[in-house]
Design a protein around this ligand. Structure first.
Ligand code: TXA
Ligand code: MG
Length: 328
C-alpha cells in the first residue's frame, strides 16, 4: 500500500514542536547556524526516521543538541577541561564538541562510534523546545544528504516537503553556515569542520595551538581517528555543477552560466550568512554550471572556502578561450 503523503506545515508554535518531538516524530527546527531536522535523541525509532528522511547513510553520526553545558555530563564521559573553557566563551552558540560518549544516548545517533557530538544551540526557539520537551535532540542539517543546508523555513520545505509534519518558523538563520566541529578524542584538539568560530578564536581561549583537519582522507594518524563525513569531498552540493575559478566575472559573457560572486558583501561574515541561500537561488535557475571564486583564507573565510570546495564538482574545465578552472 502506498504511504500516506504528509502535508508539511510551517508553524510558530513551540507546543506543537514539543508534542511532535515527544511523539517520536521529526520536525524542521531553526538554529542560529542552519535549520535542523530534529528528533528525540533518546528514541532509536525517531532517530532512524532522520536517516530515512534525509537518505543519509547510517555511518554518518548526528549532533546531539542540549540546553546547557551542565547537561553534558549526562551524555559524555571524561569531558576535558578545555571543553568547559571553550563552552564558557562560545556556548550556547555555533560550536560542537566531540567527546567520549555515554550509554545514555543510543548507538545509532553516533553511528556506533565511541564518541558523541554535542552542541548547545543559542536560537531561542530551539532552547525553548529543549527546555519544554526535557529531552536531548538529535539534529543534522535539514537537507537531503550531500545537498545545500537550509537557512530559512522555505528552504527546509523545498528539501523535506512531505517528510515532516511541521517546520518551526524561526526566521532567517543568523550565521548561515554550520557549527565549528571540534574533536577532543585521542588526546588532541582538532577542528573537523571549520565554522563561524575560528581556529584563532579557539586558540586564543585555550592559549595553545590546535589542529585544523583539511585532509580529505577518512583516517587520521591514530587508529581511533574518527571518520567525520563532514570531511567528505563532496557535500553541500547544488544540483548544477559548481566550479571554482579565479575570475568568475570572465564568464559573464556566457548565457547559461551562473556567477556566485561576493562583491556586494562587506565582510566575510556577510558572505557566510548568504552563501547557501545565494547558491540555492543560482541552483534553481537551470544554468549549465555555476562559477565561483574562493575568498581570503582567513578566519571565517576558511569555513566559506571549505563549503565552496566541498560544493564544487572538482572537475577541471578549460574553455576554448583558455579560462582555466582550478582543480581542488
Ligand atoms: O550547525 C550545525 O552543526 C547544524 C545544526 C542543525 O546544529 N548541524 C549540522 O549537522 O550541521 P550535520 O549532521 O549536517 O553535520 C554534523 C557533522 C557531520 O559532518 C558529522 O559527520 C559530524 O558532525 N559528526 C557528528 N558526530 C560525530 C562524531 N562522533 N565524530 C566525528 N564527527 C561527527
Ligand atoms: Mg549537514
Amino acid at each position: 500500500m502506498a504511504k500516506k503523503r504528509i502535508k508539511t506545515k510551517i508553524t510558530k508554535s513551540i507546543n506543537i514542536a514539543v508534542k511532535e518531538i515527544l511523539k517520536g516524530n521529526l520536525i524542521g527546527i531553526p538554529t542560529e547556524t542552519v535549520y535542523g531536522l530534529a528528533a528525540d535523541a533518546t528514541d532509536d525509532n525517531a532517530v532512524v526516521k532522520i536517516y530515512e528522511a534525509k537518505e543519509r547513510p547510517l555511518f554518518d553520526p548526528l549532533i546531539v543538541h542540549i540546553k546547557s553545558i551542565k547537561e553534558m555530563k549526562k551524555f559524555a564521559d571524561d569531558i576535558p577541561n578545555e571543553v568547559y573553557k571553550l563552552a564558557e566563551h562560545f556556548s550556547p552558540g555555533p560550536i560542537t564538541y566531540i567527546v567520549k560518549k555515554k550509554e545514555t544516548i543510543p548507538d545509532i545517533v553516533s553511528s556506533g562510534l565511541t564518541s558523541i557530538a554535542i552542541r548547545i544551540p543559542s536560537h531561542h526557539m530551539f532552547q525553548q523546545v529543549l527546555k519544554k520537551s526535557g529531552v536531548p535532540i538529535a539534529a543534522p542539517s535539514a537537507n537531503m544528504f550531500g545537498r545545500i543546508s537550509p537557512t530559512s523555513s522555505d528552504d527546509v520545505l523545498k528539501e523535506l516537503k512531505g517528510k515532516v509534519n511541521f517546520i518551526l518558523e524561526g526566521g532567517q538563520c543568523e550565521i548561515g553556515i554550520e557549527s565549528t566541529v571540534v574533536s577532543f578524542m585521542d588526546d588532541e584538539i582538532r577542528i573537523l569542520r571549520p565554522g563561524f568560530i575560528t581556529k584563532k578564536d579557539i586558540e586564543k581561549v585555550l592559549r595553545k595551538k590546535i589542529i585544523l583537519s583539511r585532509d580529505k582522507t577518512r583516517k587520521g594518524k591514530h587508529s581511533q581517528d574518527i571518520f567525520s563525513p563532514g570531511m567528505l569531498k563532496s557535500h553541500y552540493a547544488p544540483k548544477t555543477p559548481l566550479y571554482i575559478t579565479e575570475k568568475p566575472k570572465d564568464f559573464s559573457m556566457l548565457k547559461n552560466v551562473g556567477i556566485l560572486d561576493f562583491d556586494n558583501y562587506e565582510s566575510l561574515q556577510d558572505i557566510a550568512i548568504n552563501l547557501f541561500a545565494d547558491l540555492r537561488k543560482l541552483d534553481e535557475q537551470g544554468y549549465n554550471f555555476i562559477v565561483s571564486k574562493k575568498v581570503k583564507d582567513v578566519g571565517i573565510g576558511m569555513a566559506i572556502n571549505d563549503r565552496l570546495e566541498k560544493a564544487s564538482s572538482g572537475k577541471v574545465k578549460t574553455l576554448k578561450w583558455e579560462l582555466k578552472f582550478i582543480k581542488k
